[in-house]
Design a protein around this ligand. Structure first.
Ligand code: DX5
Ligand code: ZN
Length: 221
């Protein structure tokens, strides 16, 4: 994978919510490819974040791709509204829609939005094997979802390798995103395991040099 093919998607969960407009401008200047929007409902995960109002307000400020990660139960109830808000990608969890995953992904596509399927670190990627060819993106969690700033769970590297092999088998252009615990220390092995979209919350936001960190995440081998 060439470093130009690697996309960096900073998670605004670690941003200052009271200065979100400035944060978005700063991420653009620092070379971010996407803005990762973590939506939490306090049920699927033990935390609350924000909803479609945040996504639509960010949409007015940037042309970067909006990468919306729904950590919510019954995501189908909100897909249309996140699409209207301006999401480019909407990712739902396998764990939140085991019964109707294919339908939810179709619903996302029918709204003209790219669809993603996320799996937790303890999920066997073979559970989503049949659905991978229908996804535009597969998201492998590097931590249990709910909070930024956690330590990367190394078994996610195995999940990345398995999903990467399935993507190659499908022959389709499907992005493989890693989310949670990504740092400048572990980004090289994460990319070697097959990830081409790196989400980064605390690593980007705690750095005084966002441009340098984003470049390092993208280019480090
Ligand atoms: C976790 C979220 C992640 C998280 C990433 O529930 O889905 O996007 O904010 O943050 P870091 O990079 O700090 O682990
Ligand atoms: Zn996320």
């Amino acid at each position: 994978m060439k470093s130009t093919d690697i996309k960096i998607s900073p998670s605004i969960l670690s941003a200052d919510f009271a200065k979100m407009g400035e944060e978005i401008v700063s991420l653009e200047k620092a070379g971010a490819d996407m803005i990762h929007c973590d939506v939490m409902d306090g049920i699927f995960v033990p935390n609350l974040s924000f909803g479609m109002k945040m996504v639509s307000d960010i949409r007015k400020r940037t042309r970067l791709l909006l990468d919306v990660h729904l950590m919510i139960v019954h995501p189908e109830r909100y897909v249309e509204r996140f699409a209207e808000a301006g999401a480019d990608f909407i990712t739902v969890h396998y764990e939140a829609c085991r019964e109707n995953l294919a339908e939810v992904l179709s619903l996302i596509k029918s709204c003209g939005v790219k669809c993603g399927c996320a799996i937790n670190p303890d999920c066997d990627p073979n559970n989503i094997k049949d659905i991978i060819p229908f996804c535009d993106m597969v998201l492998v969690m590097g931590v249990f979802p709910g909070f930024g700033g956690q330590t990367f769970i190394r078994s996610a590297l195995d999940s990345l390798r398995i999903v990467r092999a399935e993507i190659e088998k499908s022959g389709r252009n499907i992005l493989l995103e890693i989310d949670g615990g990504v740092t400048t220390e572990n980004c090289a092995e994460i990319k070697a395991a097959g990830a081409d979209v790196l989400v980064s919350g605390s690593t980007v936001f705690k750095s005084p040099d966002r441009l340098g960190v984003i470049r390092e995440l993208r280019e480090k081998r």
